[in-house]
Design a protein around this ligand. Structure first.
Ligand SMILES: Nc1ncnc2c1ncn2[C@@H]1O[C@H](COP(=O)(O)OP(=O)(O)OP(=O)(O)O)[C@@H](O)[C@H]1O
Length: 281
């Protein structure tokens, strides 16, 4: 396990280390992935994407997952989401094995599937109505508007989804996931198709909401810098087939995080080198 600690953080880290043993908290894991495997049947025979993958994630952690294209990151995330059946092993969420999707987990994909003829507000309302059926119409609308405003769409509540730019659509997708108040957010390269300015802006919004709502976040990214900036731990997956967790890097920057300070921090470049070295070997 790679560690970089400034003296001021040693005490904090000592407490954390007591709770975490090799990144594992046996007493307080929100999510436990035990000996997970995934096999896709193909015309050429079974393809074993994941085998014996183990990971434990604490409540309110921010986890980034990196790994080579095709190693099985989306497969893993979709199994946590309950959208993809497990071939072997178990994923246990708050003590219960995952058997399907649920409102406790919000998913944000690279490209949100919005109903193009509906407004941004109605697209967000659609899920809110299902998850909060007993809230008043005003309460439901207020939740949606709050999160749409949070992602910078206060002027676009009533725009049809088909008239929104890619970045605006992605903002609606993020607001939609936030508005459902999940305990866990699963993000699959959510900012992959965005320009760097929008990307930075939405990373900040994500961190703000994650921090405020005390949710657990698991995010796949191909961007090493992004993985460091956002996460408490970066999970490095080995290349497939039979991919597993290859290594875990603790990111010890204090929160709230400021992009400029982090980019100027020498540890940032050490973390970056470590992750790039993993990916290159
Ligand atoms: N439904 C499926 N049937 C057969 N093979 C599949 C299926 N879905 C994914 N795969 C294969 O499983 C492997 C892992 O795919 P997955 O999308 O999980 O990888 P990934 O790490 O998320 O990739 P990327 O970084 O490119 O998004 C790939 O080789 C892919 O072709």
């Amino acid at each position: 396990m790679f560690e970089i600690l400034s003296p001021s953080r040693i005490k904090k880290q000592a407490v954390k280390n007591k709770r975490l043993e090799n990144g594992i908290d046996f007493n307080n894991s929100m999510l436990e992935i035990n000996n997970l495997s995934k096999v896709y049947p193909t015309p050429k025979g079974d393809y074993v994407v994941l085998e014996n993958l183990n990971l434990k994630i604490e409540s309110e952690e921010f986890i980034s997952i990196i790994g080579h294209s095709g190693c099985g990151k989306t497969t893993l995330l979709s199994m946590i989401a309950g959208l993809n059946p497990i071939s072997g092993g178990q994923i246990v969420l708050n003590g219960s094995p995952i058997t399907g999707p649920g409102p406790d987990r919000g998913v944000i994909f690279q490209s949100p599937s919005l109903l193009p003829w509906m407004t941004a507000l109605d697209n967000v309302l659609l899920g809110v109505k299902q998850v909060f059926p007993h809230a008043t119409k005003k309460q439901k609308t207020d939740i949606c508007k709050y999160y749409l405003a949070k992602v910078g769409l206060e002027g676009s509540f009533y725009k049809k989804a088909r008239d929104l730019s890619q970045g605006m659509k992605q903002r609606v997708g993020i607001a939609r996931a936030f508005a459902l108040k999940p305990k866990m957010l699963l993000l699959d390269e959510p900012f992959g198709m965005l320009d760097s300015l929008t990307r930075g802006e939405l990373q900040d919004v994500l961190l703000e909401v994650w921090n405020k709502e005390k949710i657990t976040a698991i995010m796949i990214t191909h961007d090493v810098d992004e993985s460091i900036f956002l996460a408490d731990r970066v999970i490095m997956m080995t290349s497939g087939p039979k991919a597993q967790v290859g290594d875990i890097l603790n990111i010890n920057f204090e929160r709230p995080r400021n992009r400029k300070d982090i980019l100027e921090h020498t540890d940032f470049y050490k973390y970056r080198e470590y992750l790039i070295n993993f990916l290159e070997h």
